[in-house]
Write a new protein. Structure first.
Length: 136
């Protein structure tokens, strides 16, 4: 790591859609999902203005399997990770770019979801913008 350089993200938000879990050719699980964070501020007239920011999340390994089994749309999560920007060519040869949060720690917040019991936190393991052209 370069001195004076930090790439760390902390988010608390709601899952935008059920996670999508896939496996690499070598058998490593990878989950993709979106997370919404909201901000409320007041305008000059005192009215509340709410804005939502959508974040793409990528989760690898055992955490991805956990996410696939226990995390559902609407779940409140605490995420720690790092930003990663990737560039690729889509099916039409157009260069595309995305920035995502590579999740290192994931903690489920709030009460139990349905009847499933899941651990609230797991250790890191060795709908909105829905873009089918993004490789995982």
């Amino acid at each position: 790591m370069q001195r004076g350089s930090v790439n760390k993200v902390h988010l608390v938000g709601h899952v935008g859609s059920d996670p999508e879990v896939r496996y690499t050719p070598s058998g490593t699980a990878v989950a993709n999902m979106s997370l919404a964070t909201n901000e409320v501020r007041r305008d000059k007239e005192g009215a509340d203005i709410e804005s939502t920011e959508w974040h793409r999340l990528v989760v690898w390994g055992k955490q991805a399997e956990f996410v696939g089994n226990y995390v559902k749309k609407g779940q409140l999560l605490y995420i720690e990770g790092r930003l990663q920007t990737r560039t690729w060519q889509d099916r039409n040869g157009v260069e595309r770019r995305t920035t995502e949060v590579v999740t290192e720690t994931l903690t489920m917040l709030g009460g139990k979801r349905d009847t499933e019991e899941a651990p609230a936190e797991i250790d890191p393991a060795s709908q909105p913008p829905d873009d089918d052209d993004i490789p995982f």
